[in-house]
Design a binder for this molecule. Structure first.
Ligand code: TK8
Length: 343
């Protein structure tokens, strides 16, 4: 009897071992499938309330659907993985897949990107759309590959507006002596110097603190950023100046992009087109609400009249000539021709 039960136990143990092994074997294809899933990390400087984040969340959704869950975009907001310049360096080294910096810091890698920094270059959203979605915009994106980056799409940051903690700004005279944070870009520095400010370049993630500590008096960013990053908590005056339009450039590490299968590259670009369009529409819907939000939060809002705007345009009008050689005469002529087509 005892012998029999020992045999039964032994048989049971064998049966369990076999079923476990079978289980392992059975799960192997599933594991392989899991390994095929590709995570694509993207870093942005703005927080998760920003229109850039929303646009990327839309893209994530489209990519998930089209790839049937095989490609997963993971968005890291608020410069958790580093500011614009740092993450572009990571992309070029191949240690991070994606980043969505402003166009302005790209000029630290390739000076022709300064073209988008020229004050008052794009007089309307219609011009923006036509230039960015046309051959010029595409050529700029394609040119990134010479520097280890792949331009996937543009997203909208928007027209930039000046905020400060000192007084309402209506004329270039009002800017005299204001300490203004600018992006890390020589054109912005030159333009603000021209306007009489004392400009200080700084990565975006340091701006809120610098305003709170009063090491700077102001900064400039679109209404959505000014509101959604809660700059109204540390700033008192907004001037709707629309002085420059710098897009976001959603980019991929060329090193890592080249390792992707062609079909994945195509899927990412195709869905990117749709996300880019969606994001621009979304941004334009929320810009006015953001300005209202700033006003409701207690900021004094000054909207420049066309005459007032002209004074800012006149003061900064020779900036383009000053940077003509850095940008390249061909690029400058091309963008001007594209703009002229729209007008
Ligand atoms: C976020 C920045 C930001 C830009 C700036 O990383 O630096 O002021 O407008 O949106 O790219």
């Amino acid at each position: 009897m005892a012998k029999l039960s020992r045999i039964v136990v032994a048989l049971l143990v064998i049966a369990m071992a076999v079923s476990l092994l079978a289980g392992c074997g059975g799960s192997q294809p599933a594991q392989e499938k899991k390994a095929e899933k590709k995570v694509i990390k993207i870093s942005i400087g703005l927080n998760d309330a920003s229109p850039e984040y929303k646009g990327l969340a839309k893209w994530k959704e489209l990519v998930d659907k089209e790839s049937k869950g095989r490609l997963e975009i993971q968005i890291f907001p608020s410069a958790q993985l580093g500011d614009d310049i740092k993450t572009m360096t990571a992309l070029r080294a191949g240690t991070l897949e994606m980043s969505g910096p402003s166009s302005s810091p790209i000029s630290t890698i390739d000076k022709k990107w300064m073209v988008f920094d020229l004050p008052f270059l794009f007089a309307s959203e219609k011009i923006v759309d036509s230039v960015l979605d046309g051959p010029f915009g595409q050529k700029m994106l394609d040119s990134l590959s010479a520097n280890g980056l792949v331009g996937i799409m543009y997203m909208e940051n928007g027209y930039r507006q000046l905020t400060n903690s000192k007084h309402a700004v209506k004329t270039p005279d009002d800017i005299k002596g204001l300490k203004i944070r600018t992006m890390e870009n020589p054109v912005h520095l030159a333009a603000w110097r021209k306007l009489g400010a004392n400009p200080t370049p700084m990565p975006f993630s340091e701006v809120f603190n610098a305003m709170q500590q009063k090491t700077i008096d102001g900064q400039e960013n679109p209404n959505t950023t000014n509101f959604l990053q809660k700059f109204h908590e540390v700033q008192k005056y907004t001037t709707v100046s629309n002085h420059v339009y710098t897009p976001f450039v959603i980019m991929y590490s060329k090193k890592l992009w080249d390792a992707l299968p062609k079909e994945d590259q195509e899927l990412l670009k195709k869905t990117g087109k749709e996300a880019s369009k969606w994001q621009r529409e979304h941004n334009r819907k929320v810009d006015a609400e953001a300005l209202e939000g700033l006003s409701k939060a207690g900021m004094t809002v000054t909207k420049l009249t066309p005459e007032q705007t002209k004074a800012f345009q006149d003061t900064t009008k020779d900036i383009a000539a000053q940077f003509e050689n850095d940008i390249g005469k061909d690029i400058l002529a091309e963008v001007k021709a594209e703009i002229a087509k729209v007008k």
